[in-house]
Design a protein. Structure first.
Length: 453
């Protein structure tokens, strides 16, 4: 009996230590089994207490009265599938007649408490079927991306969502995006993850970093063009507009709209072109948009209008030409001048890290979801990297990108430097690199001054 007691104490202590220090290990070893048992045992009573049951059918009541049997109990949604994951549980429920997916979403917080889970979210898969995702621990406290993700062209696994699923930056679904956040909120880490995810792909990266290049120039080996001041940025953006017009001429020449060509083969953007003719897609990363929009003289105002006009044109017309915008900033309001709100309206994807005021959150989500605005202003200062991600559909998620140091991002860019395409339109702006090619050696970076650099 003494030996059994010692073993029991050791097991309990191990469970407590794992739950405290390694919640992911605790979930995979003990938590998932306990959660499955808890959900199955409490399911009926919890659904009844949350008002998620419907009265029995009339024919059941009539049959019970006719046969003098007990009255049937109210029926909860039927469990179609219960699937454990590495972060929680996934329930697929079949709704009863008269129930709605909103009923499940409205009771998510009560379900979380009743099943003793960390978080509960739901989404409608199809008519009458709802998926409820439960997380067993705070997956955003210590982010660990899964070893395997769904790899597709122009689709980057960038962060982890609060429900344990992977958050992707899909450029073909959401061509342009805006990322907001105060100083030290985690924008730079988010951007590094984005560049590191794009580095192995067949894509050209163009950077505009008006902070003298301190954020993007260390990653220069994977960039086809870089600008570190507003004057160069204006020239780079004008060159991209020229490239866009050239790509449209290529698409026009290859549209193949004769009567014997199937509809699916008629070209309307670069992805409809044959592989051998398809231009390389371009992702434009703007590190601090306010530096492009501010001015202090008439000459700077003309340059500013030129830059904003080019950005608006790229946002409105660049998708079909394979040019995608990724714009970052601390604020993105109308105080930056004319054209800014027009540009913001074209940026479908929205990501907001910690902001200093509600107005900044409204700049990102005011036209999308009031709930997302509230969630953005509640991000604590100590949770760097935590962000709210949404789009024009109104849906939003809490996400957090895994920490990646600048050295790690540099190593990734150096490893895939051979995949950097040479674009003739941007050749004058490609960074000229000098020094050792070793990943560990410091890499001094200077901007090329001519097309032959």
């Amino acid at each position: 009996m003494t030996g059994f007691t010692v073993v029991l104490v050791l097991v309990v202590a191990t469970v407590g230590l794992l739950r405290w220090r390694r919640p992911a290990w605790y979930w995979l070893t003990f938590g998932v089994a306990l959660a499955v048992v808890r959900v199955l045992i409490r399911y009926g009573s919890v659904m009844d207490a949350c008002g998620l049951t419907v009265p029995p059918a009339r024919w059941r009541l009539a049959l019970a009265r006719a046969t003098n049997r007990p009255i049937p109990e109210p029926r909860p949604p039927r469990i179609l599938r219960l699937r454990p994951t590495r972060t929680g549980l996934v329930l697929r429920l079949k709704l009863r007649p008269g129930q709605d997916a909103f009923d499940i979403a409205a009771t998510s917080d009560r379900l979380r408490h009743s099943f003793s889970m960390y978080g509960v979210t739901s989404r409608e898969l199809r008519s009458g079927v709802v998926e409820v995702r439960m997380t067993g621990y705070d997956v955003l406290k210590r982010v660990h991306m899964p070893a395997e993700t769904e790899a597709r062209p122009m689709r980057v696994p960038i962060a982890l969502r609060q429900d344990g699923s992977v958050h992707y930056r899909d450029y073909r679904a959401i061509p342009h995006a805006l990322t907001l956040g105060a100083t030290e909120s985690g924008k730079s880490v988010y951007q590094r993850n984005l560049v590191a995810g794009l580095a192995p792909m067949d894509v050209a990266l163009v950077g505009v970093d008006c902070k003298q290049g301190v954020e993007l120039f260390p990653l220069a080996r994977r960039f086809s063009a870089l600008a570190d001041d507003p004057d160069t940025a204006a020239e780079v953006l004008d060159a991209l507009v020229g490239r866009m017009e050239g790509v449209y001429q290529l698409i026009r020449s290859q549209q193949r709209i004769t009567s014997d060509v199937p509809d699916a083969e008629i070209a309307a953007d670069i992805w409809d072109l044959p592989t051998e003719l398809r231009p390389v897609p371009v992702v434009v990363l703007v590190d601090e948009v306010a530096e492009l929009a501010l001015y202090a003289s008439k000459e700077e105002e003309k340059r500013r209008d030129r830059i904003i006009t080019a950005l608006v044109r790229l946002a409105q017309l660049g998708r079909a030409a394979g040019i995608y915008l990724e714009i970052c900033g601390q604020r993105f309001g109308s105080e930056l001048g004319k054209g800014i709100t027009m540009l913001r309206a074209q940026l479908t994807g929205r990501t907001a890290h910690r902001v200093n005021d509600e107005a900044s959150a409204n700049m990102a989500f005011g036209d999308i979801s009031p709930d997302a605005v509230l969630a953005a202003i509640q991000i604590p200062a100590e949770m760097r990297g935590l962000a709210i991600a949404g789009d024009s559909s109104g849906g939003w998620h809490r996400i957090r990108a895994p920490h990646i140091s600048l050295r790690q991002a540099v190593n990734v860019c150096n490893r895939y430097a051979d995949r950097t395409p040479d674009l003739p339109e941007l050749a004058p702006f490609r960074p000229a690199l000098s020094g050792s090619d070793s990943d560990a050696a410091p890499v001094p970076l200077v901007k090329a001054s001519s097309a032959t650099a």
